[in-house]
Design a protein around this ligand. Structure first.
Ligand code: SF4
Length: 157
């Protein structure tokens, strides 16, 4: 691996990090110590070289490809549908405690999920009442709904 300043790392070593297989990439300490960008790059002040942990090669290649894809317009257009759902799930988890089940058994858990979803809808409806000045910023889901409505109205004209 070559860093932005042209230093190359010697051979990589397999290692474990938090019990997971990783590849350890360590740049030479002497090279990094002499580098003007060391603090910005390594973030450490104790003179160590830049250390990077990567996934095992096949997984790392998948991750790199996915990250490249995420920069493309088609990927973003596809994800725009999902992002609304992700935001809603995030809201129910973080604002309404959906991560933890309050009951035992599938039937009662289902009731909790349904009631949480209904409550989330009520909160959103209240936020969008005319005259309600305490609305939170529009979520991705709300923006997506508005875009869809606008598009529908434009198409029907
Ligand atoms: S600190 Fe090391 S890895 Fe970072 S830019 Fe400098 S030479 Fe490269």
């Amino acid at each position: 691996m070559t860093c932005p300043n042209g230093a190359t790392s010697p051979s990589w070593k397999p290692t474990l990090s938090d019990g997971q297989e990783r590849m350890s990439v360590l740049f030479p300490r002497a090279t990094c110590r002499a580098c003007d960008d060391r603090l910005k790059c390594t973030g450490n002040v104790d003179g160590k070289g830049r250390h990077i942990l990567l996934l095992p090669q096949p997984l790392q290649e998948i991750q790199n490809r996915a990250r490249r894809d995420q920069q493309t317009r088609p990927w973003r257009e596809r994800y725009s549908l999902r992002s609304g759902c992700e935001a809603t799930v995030s809201e129910t988890v973080h604002a309404h405690g959906l991560r933890h089940c309050r009951y035992r058994g599938t039937a009662k858990s289902h009731v909790q999920h349904v009631l949480t979803a209904a409550g989330t809808n009520l909160i959103r409806l209240h936020q969008h009442q005319p005259g309600n000045t305490r609305t939170s910023p529009a979520t991705r889901f709300t923006r997506l709904c508005r875009q869809t409505i606008d598009r529908t109205q434009t198409d029907s004209c």
